[in-house]
Design a protein around this ligand. Structure first.
Ligand code: NAD
Ligand code: IPM
Ligand code: MN
Length: 375
């Protein structure tokens, strides 16, 4: 019997609650399709940080690397200032394993209301392809008074970046700086992935989010490399460059007009939450952080502190993330069955609180798992 070793990192807030349901549904799918799942749980997150005063122990990334895939709940907790957990845990994993391709499908479900009415019989079926290693996420910068002195040491799979930046302010003022960086190989490889995806979906157009008008140093470079890569490798695709502000205007008006949307890291983060709302809810939005070694699957949403313990967290984003994980592991039938079980559940009599129903987090998971058990 095939066996898969899956690392789980439930994390903070509603992370553990949605992770329980994701595991429940994954186990039901594995039983239905005759493969075995072995789980290895990692306790990292706010509680671990508050107890041990470190985000990750030195062996953590090597331990994670032993698994075939990583399923993550969410990180971030009101007891910890914003930044360290997100950067040293979530982003550290994305960067260490060079998970450069962040796939964020935005798919509407029949019968689930959307804020913009969709044309009859049509589903919103967009895909954010987010560059996941560069841009303003590099973690380069800091604060200073009059003098900003920043040491840069960053390791990526594609390169090491070392150096320092010194800035003087006259008169002396308290100031902060954050450096956004993009490199040719990183922009070219994500463009290639977006092009392949658009081609496999039979699309003729590929939307590219940009902001080259205001920040040409960074996003003008992004435009140049994406344009050059698309022209060389995907001559049949028509690139559709949209300033990200205009894209935020156009998406809610005509969401079904969009297919693959290629985004730099920061805009991809923002656009994926917007699209999740347009498709029915953040609690439905799954994602994959994909690289050539360990890939990580997680809901697009965060730890939603206000929902903790209420039973109102929608587990479907986490459940659909396990379907993406099964696709990645080659368990395609199990992945498709999970997607179908979710669709069947959402067209049924009851639904999660987020979508106006009364089903608790666990009840939604139970009902979806039951559809798989009936296969
Ligand atoms: P959030 O995604 O946690 O919540 C945004 C809104 O969506 C809230 O109103 C929340 O109640 C709602 N929501 C989120 N998930 C839901 C679900 N499954 N079901 C129903 N409603 C849901 O974003 P935030 O409030 O900006 O961040 C909270 C914390 O999570 C912060 O610490 C942030 O850094 C972190 N965060 C982590 C991740 C991640 O781990 N990948 C992603 C986003 C935010
Ligand atoms: C996401 C989150 C993260 C991001 C944060 C928590 C660092 O918002 O996964 O969408 O910005 O990528
Ligand atoms: Mn986000």
């Amino acid at each position: 019997m095939t066996s898969h070793l899956i690392a789980t990192l439930p994390g903070d807030g509603i992370g553990p609650e949605v992770m329980d349901e994701a595991r429940k549904v994954a186990a039901a799918a594995a039983a239905a399709f005759g493969f075995e799942l072995k789980w290895r749980n990692f306790p990292f997150g706010a509680a671990y940080f508050l107890e041990h005063k470190i985000v990750l122990p030195p062996s953590a990334l090597d331990d994670l690397a032993e698994a075939e895939a990583l399923l993550l709940g969410a990180v971030g907790d009101p007891r910890v200032e914003p930044g360290p957990l997100e950067q040293e845990l979530l982003l550290a994993i994305r960067f260490h394993f060079d998970q450069y391709l962040n796939l964020r499908p935005a798919l509407s479900f029949p019968g689930v209301p959307t804020p913009t009415p969709l044309p009859k019989g049509r589903r919103l079926n967009a895909m954010v392809v987010r560059e996941n290693t560069e841009d303003f996420y590099m973690g380069l910068g800091g604060q200073g008074h009059g003098r900003l002195e920043n040491e840069f040491h960053t390791r990526r799979n594609l390169y090491n970046l070392d150096g320092h930046l010194t800035l003087h302010l006259n008169p002396k003022r308290l100031a902060a700086v954050s450096v956004g960086l993009m490199t040719h190989p990183a922009v070219a490889r994500i463009t290639y992935k977006a092009g392949q995806l658009a081609r496999s979906r039979g699309e003729t157009r590929l939307t590219v989010a940009t902001k080259a008008n205001a920040v040409p140093q960074l996003y003008g470079f992004w435009n140049e490399i994406t344009r050059e890569t698309l022209a060389a490798k995907f001559p049949e695709l028509r690139p559709d460059y949209q300033n990200v502000d205009a894209l935020c205007y156009l998406l809610p008006r005509q969401p079904t007009d969009f297919g693959v949307i290629l985004c730099p890291n920061l805009f991809g983060d923002i656009i994926s939450d917007l699209l999740s709302a347009l498709a029915g809810g953040l609690g439905l939005a799954a994602s994959g952080n994909i690289g050539d070694s360990l890939s990580m699957f997680e809901p697009v949403h965060g730890s939603a502190p206000a929902l903790v313990g209420t039973g109102r967290a929608n587990p479907i984003a986490a459940i659909l993330s396990t379907a993406m994980m099964f696709h990645h592991l080659g368990e395609t039938a199990a992945a498709e069955a999970i997607n179908e079980a979710v669709t069947t559940y959402l067209t049924g009599a009851s639904r999660p609180f987020e979508l106006g129903g009364n089903d608790s987090t666990a009840a939604s998971g139970d009902l979806i798992a039951a559809h798989l058990a009936n296969l």
